[in-house]
Design a protein around this ligand. Structure first.
Ligand code: EPU
Length: 378
């Protein structure tokens, strides 16, 4: 197998927003070695962007350099070393530890309560991993079902939904240094995970390509049903919140997501466009007094770290009247206003950016809170 190199590649199908942009070249690699080979020869002055499924990106213009994409795909159960687990110690696996090994593990013999470490290639579609785990009866990924994107990007972005975040499953992240081609392995703690955040988005940004992620899942019965209406939905579906399987929970999560979020194959979006703001007590009191004065009803809010308060951005955007609003080809999704969409498939980056700015201004004006996009602008 050789690298795939496409000069002047069209990126429309490489970003879920469906922005019609291109790059100077698109390079796809299938192994660490192929990536290294590319890095040795690459024109060093050229900008480099590593993408996954392109599900959390807004291309604002053509990309004037090389876009890299991993096609490293495998799911490989590892022997759990004593003491290994999320945030635990780790020994980097050797170069030849089966990088391109086909997923053919037999874990059916795993005792029902046992933890399993899975080493997963960065190019595996995230939801394929969730489906694989659910089929094997392994708990951990089921609440994160149907999140678009690939495993490498999931580890960079710390994807989360319905009370679970991928950081709680990640043991270590294997990377290639984009300057030297060397392999570097980051423990969970080194990744400095936070809400939709990691060191890979901050001090390590642009320096590494994730090639594989080691995750901890378990055969031990451990459904997480406490977020929002998940338990209610489970009881509605199965008549009880007991004796569940990961597959049963996965089904409920998939149905919930499908009911609220646009179908990626039909309407372009990048999921939640904004982060949920963490605000101070003082800011929260301002939001509350606006809600009281204007009869907006109780403000949904949740205490978070550092004495801060999380107020759902969706609630504020909703109360500013944005649900279902269209601006040219761009729009706000009508059942989840946190999601901006390419309503016609023909939206330009400027139309999305215009809508983004209007929403930020209206929320700031009404509630005094500045929304920050979650979607990375390129
Ligand atoms: N809300 C409204 N109006 C609406 C929708 C929601 O007021 O039309 C309010 C409600 O109070 C609701 C609250 O917003 O309780 C939260 O809504 P939801 O549970 O749908 O979650 P979210 O906070 O808006 C986050 C993630 C989603 C994830 C869901 C479920 C972020 C930025 N988004 O959204 O992630 O699926 O929780 O866990 O944290 C993504 O990142 O792309 C994504 C879809």
């Amino acid at each position: 197998m050789a690298l795939t190199v496409i000069q002047g590649a069209d990126l429309s199908s490489r970003n879920t927003f469906g922005m019609r942009v291109s790059c100077r070249r698109l390079v796809e690699y299938r192994s660490e070695q192929e990536l290294r080979d590319y890095l040795v020869d690459r024109p060093s002055e050229e900008p480099l962007l590593h993408i996954g499924g392109g599900s959390n990106l807004l291309f604002t213009k053509d990309f004037p350099g090389t876009v890299l994409h991993s096609c490293i795909k495998f799911i490989e159960p590892l022997e759990a070393a004593a003491g290994e687990g999320s945030g635990g110690c780790c020994t980097p696996p050797g170069e030849n530890s089966g990088l391109l090994k086909k997923a053919s593990p037999d874990i059916s013999a795993t005792p029902a309560t046992e933890e399993v470490l899975l080493r997963v290639g960065a190019g595996v579609v995230w939801d394929d991993l969730c489906a694989w785990c659910a089929e094997k009866g392994l708990w951990g990924t089921e609440n994160l079902s149907l999140i678009p994107g690939e495993v490498g990007a999931a580890a960079v972005q710390n994807i989360g939904a319905y009370g679970r975040e991928v950081k709680d499953l990640i043991v270590r992240v294997e990377c290639i240094d984009l300057k030297t081609g060397e392999k570097v392995v980051f423990d969970n703690g080194d990744c400095r995970y936070g809400y939709r955040d990691s060191a890979f988005k901050n001090e390590l940004k642009g320096k590494y390509a994730v090639t594989a992620v080691v995750l901890k899942v378990t055969g031990e019965y451990s459904p997480e049903l406490d977020y929002g209406h998940v338990r209610e939905a489970v009881i509605r579906e199965y008549g009880s919140d007991e004796k569940l399987t990961p597959m049963m929970v996965r089904k409920v999560i998939i149905d919930t997501r499908k009911g609220k979020l646009p179908e990626p194959s039909e309407v372009g979006s990048a999921g939640s466009f904004f982060r949920n703001p963490y605000i101070t007590e003082n800011q929260y009191r301002t939001v509350e007094s606006v809600a009281e004065r204007e009869g907006l009803g109780p403000v949904p809010h949740f205490p978070v770290e550092g004495g801060l308060v999380k107020v759902p951005a969706a609630w504020m955007i909703d109360k500013c009247g944005w649900k279902g609003v269209r601006r040219g080809n761009a729009g706000v999704w009508d059942t989840q206003p946190l999601v901006l969409v390419n309503a016609t498939g023909k939206a330009s980056p400027d139309e999305i950016l215009g809508l983004e700015n209007e929403i930020i201004a209206s929320v700031k004006n009404r509630f005094g809170v500045t929304l920050v996009p979650e979607v990375e602008h390129i």
